[in-house]
Design a protein around this ligand. Structure first.
Ligand code: BTN
Length: 266
């Protein structure tokens, strides 16, 4: 049986964690939870938005995000941000680590990898992705962190998407109450964001290295300026991907879409 999204259940699960002011916006259907928070009047509170379905769920690189009704988590969190925006390099990696920590806290102990910069994968299949957007503002900038997490979809019965994907159900053969998981996402994203803003990216490197899907793999990174091919050699202090090409030259990449060479379209 599907348990509907409920603000009361989310707040109950957040329980004694003090997150300061938190406003919840829960919809049965919405175009995109990120879009909603980007257009919501500025506030100093944490704003979260989730919906049973999205009609225009957006992924990175203008892709769409599959959002079937009642099955999965389509979630965005907005927080005001007062630091120098140049300090945000590495943020998307930190958010992936926060999502992974939330999964561990609800009992997912399976081997989940992170594909730089922010896809969570299980057995090479995509479990979760995040889309981070920044709204510059005269007073403080607002950060919108959108997370799509496949929870209760049974992919055997679901449509094939452009890339192989999976859900927590596929991994554990259990259905999850999404409210508990959303509460855990709010707690962990808040916690990881605070640590990141206070201490910078480098404190997260050991955690990243435990889950680095691309490490020592031959990959191709697509960027607006073209494709770069080489071997992924981890990340540097700023969260950039270290890519060594065949001539031994090193590239440090800040963004881009990665694919393993074997899976490159011809
Ligand atoms: C990606 O992997 O390309 C990022 C996917 C992000 C999807 C989430 S679902 C909730 C939020 N609202 C959106 O429109 N997108 C993000």
């Amino acid at each position: 049986m599907m348990i509907p999204l409920s603000e009361t259940s989310i707040r109950q699960a957040i329980n004694s964690h003090d997150l300061g002011a938190l406003n919840c916006h829960i919809f049965s259907s919405i175009d995109s939870t990120n879009r909603y928070l980007k257009e919501l009047a500025t506030s100093n509170a944490i704003e979260i938005c989730c919906a049973e379905t999205q009609t225009l769920g957006r992924g990175r690189f203008g892709r769409s995000w599959y959002s079937p009704f009642g099955e999965n988590i389509y979630f965005s969190l907005r927080a005001p941000i007062f630091c120098d925006l140049s300090k945000l390099a590495g943020l998307s990696l930190v958010i992936s680590l926060a999502v992974l920590k939330a999964l561990k806290n609800i009992g997912i102990n399976h081997a989940i990898d992170i594909k730089w910069p922010n896809d969570l994968l299980w057995m090479g299949r995509k479990l979760s992705g995040s889309l981070i957007e920044l709204i510059p503002n005269t007073s403080s900038a607002q950060l919108v962190i959108g997370v799509g997490l496949n929870v209760n979809s049974v992919t055997e019965n679901a449509p094939l998407l452009d890339k192989p994907w999976c859900s927590l159900y596929d991994i554990s053969k259990r259905y999850f109450d999404r409210n508990v998981l959303i509460a855990e996402l709010i707690i962990q994203i808040n916690q990881y964001l605070h640590q990141f803003l206070a201490q910078g990216f480098s404190t997260f490197i050991p955690e990243w290295q435990q889950h680095d899907y691309l490490y020592e793999r031959s990959i191709t990174v697509s960027q607006p300026t073209g494709r770069i091919t080489g071997k992924a050699m981890g990340i540097n202090d700023a969260g950039q991907l270290i890519l060594v090409n065949e001539q031994g030259g090193t590239h440090y990449l800040s963004s881009g879409d990665t694919s393993l060479q074997a899976f490159l379209p011809k």
